[in-house]
Design a protein around this ligand. Structure first.
Ligand code: AMP
Length: 417
């Protein structure tokens, strides 16, 4: 008998038992991003190699070592997409989306391919949810994107910390690089061999060094954040101000670097301790130069991508429910069934997702079930003919309302939150 064929290394099958959690994640991403006006886009699984060479950057690890590139029968060099931003920008240009009201807000959930050494949380074919807002340079775009990713992670039960930084413009970065290189050269004798040998290749890496002598040198080294132009510093301050208003905790990390060349100004990353070595859950930033690099007009843009498998790993055993239940209609006494039935139907007609108790369980078990479903509200019907109890499952707060007031109260609250 011949040997059984297995899936290639670094790839995996999505079996039916895995699909439910992935579907739930997709539902959450769709709900959160589409309610903010992002619309779905899907681009081809392969593109002209040049798109990534130009878009991601010739010098990056992705382009140098990680791309699955092949020549087709017509002699064209094609590459399985290693990331989603360059293809979305290509589509924006190709379809003249600059004629639409700006920014154009797009999201995707697609598979990507990188020839990396496989390990937990790192695969050769993996999925990402991504969001891109193209055509506005305003700081509220950056802040809103960060908030949306924070909301997605929270909805999935992923506890992640946020680091942000600003890279300024390409010119600021080039000047800073020269300054840092000069600083390191003048202190070569205090640096580790590894850092010394990499000064010209990537001086920023010296900030990650662990030996005490190099760390002492780096503690006093000039920081890119202190070299930002007035406009770039202002943009960064505005992004931070908006994040603070929403109460999202963040840490400024002047040494944050990401493996793609196209970033300018804002840069951010969410990481989770639950992931071990591959701690990055998702991240992104502003990429105001990319569109011009791809041959289009100067177009400011910002976006992020988050790994589906990493988010699911970081969510752990906690069930990732689809939380598309705005209202669970619980029935306290059998006499409440007709009113509950009517309430569930009215709620759906008012645009809410509503589920009705269909097994006449004990009230305590109905509430536990509603909680497991991730229902936002529970209406408890049948305790008295005149009033229903509306329970906010997030705050635990309960209110007595006349039956006709339940749906307006939910709609009002969802408009305010
Ligand atoms: P990047 O495009 O490198 O910024 O990646 C964005 C996110 O995609 C990361 O934070 C990870 O969650 C995920 N990701 C990147 N590379 C891989 C990989 N090889 N396997 C699984 N997930 C990945």
């Amino acid at each position: 008998m011949s040997e059984a064929i297995r899936a290639p290394r670094g790839t995996f099958d999505v079996l039916p038992e895995d699909a439910a959690r992935r579907d739930a994640l997709e539902g959450q991403a769709r709900r959160i991003l589409e309610s903010a006006g992002y619309r779905r886009i899907e681009t081809p699984a392969f593109e002209h190699t040049e798109l990534f060479a130009r878009g991601v950057g010739e010098a990056t690890d992705i382009v140098q070592k990680e791309m699955y590139t092949f020549t087709d029968a017509g002699g064209r060099s094609l590459t399985l997409r290693p990331e989603g931003t360059a293809p979305v920008c290509r589509a924006y240009l190709e379809h003249g989306m600059h004629k639409l009201p700006q920014p154009v807000k797009l999201w995707y959930l697609s598979s990507f391919f990188r020839a990396e050494a496989p390990q937990r949380g790192r695969y050769r074919q993996f999925w990402q949810v991504g969001a891109e807002a193209i055509g506005s340079a305003q700081p509220e775009v950056d802040a809103e994107l960060i908030v949306l990713l924070a909301e997605l992670l929270a909805a999935l039960g992923v506890r992640a910390t946020l680091k942000i930084s600003s890279l300024g413009t390409a010119e600021t970065r080039a000047e800073y690089r020269d300054e840092l290189t000069g600083y390191l050269r003048a202190r070569e004798d205090q640096l580790s061999d590894e850092v010394r040998n990499r000064i010209d290749l990537n001086p920023m890496r010296a900030f990650d060094a662990t030996d005490p002598s190099t760390r002492a040198v780096m503690a006093a080294a000039p920081k890119l954040l202190d070299r930002l132009s007035a406009e770039d510093a202002e943009h960064f301050a505005e992004v931070r101000g908006l994040l603070e208003r929403t109460g999202i905790a963040y840490e400024i990390d002047p040494t944050l670097v990401r493996g793609l060349d196209y970033y300018t100004r804002t840069l951010f990353e969410f990481s989770s301790d639950a992931l071990g070595a591959q701690s990055g859950v998702g991240g992104g930033g502003r990429y105001d130069r990319l569109m011009a690099q791809l041959g289009g007009p100067d177009t400011p843009a910002c976006g992020w991508a988050a790994g589906v498998e990493r988010m699911l790993l970081a969510a752990g055993e906690r069930p990732v429910t689809s939380a598309l239940v705005d209202l669970y209609v619980a029935v306290a006494e059998d006499r409440g069934v007709p009113a509950a039935f009517q309430l569930a139907r009215d709620a759906r007609r008012a645009g809410l997702s509503a589920q009705l108790e269909l097994s006449r369980r004990a009230l305590r078990r109905q509430l536990a079930y509603a909680d497991r479903l991730g229902a936002r509200y529970v209406a408890i019907v049948g305790e008295s003919p005149e009033a229903s109890r509306l329970k906010d499952m997030e705050s635990g707060e309960q209110r007595e309302l006349t039956p006709g007031d339940v749906i307006p109260a939910i709609l009002r609250a969802s408009r305010l939150s």
